[in-house]
Design a protein. Sequence first.
Length: 193
Amino acid sequence: MRRLLNKENILTLPNLISLFRLLLIPVILWLYCIRQDVLLTMAVIVISGLSDILDGIIARKFNMVSDLGKILDPCADKLTQAAILISLAVRYPAITVLIGLFVFKELVMAAMGWITLKRADKVNSAQWYGKANTVILYTSTAILIVFPQLPYGAVQFLIGLCAVSMLLSLALYVLFYLRQLKHSRNDPPQDRS
């Protein structure tokens, strides 16, 4: 756990980009809920998304992948997604169900990630199904932001698509973490001196 907090692990460009994305969250909420500026809201969401891609590329290309980054990056993703869902719930009350499912999914994944970190001393990167869920969520919410006059059936379809994607991602992550924990029990103990 100490290695998460050393200076070299914290002060990396990808981690600073993730912090920048965290700072964009109140801007998204203000632009959509208070200012009601759809175009600027989408511009900030796009900037956030592009910076997410950029920090991943920089981390891998320049060998700046850190355990802190493996935690900070998904936190920035999840908090941004939560902010977008909360913003949209003002216009689309049915999204409150999606928010509840989102919170449940993230709590289960955080608990399982924490258990894996404690038992296996390992921080796992995002898996493809988590990234696919993120793409579906961002695409669906972008459509809802840009086209506020969508027919009720289209809105329900997008919300349902996000719900199915979240549930599938959650199920696959639970299986992933269970496999990680099983492997950690089967591996011989390591000297941590």
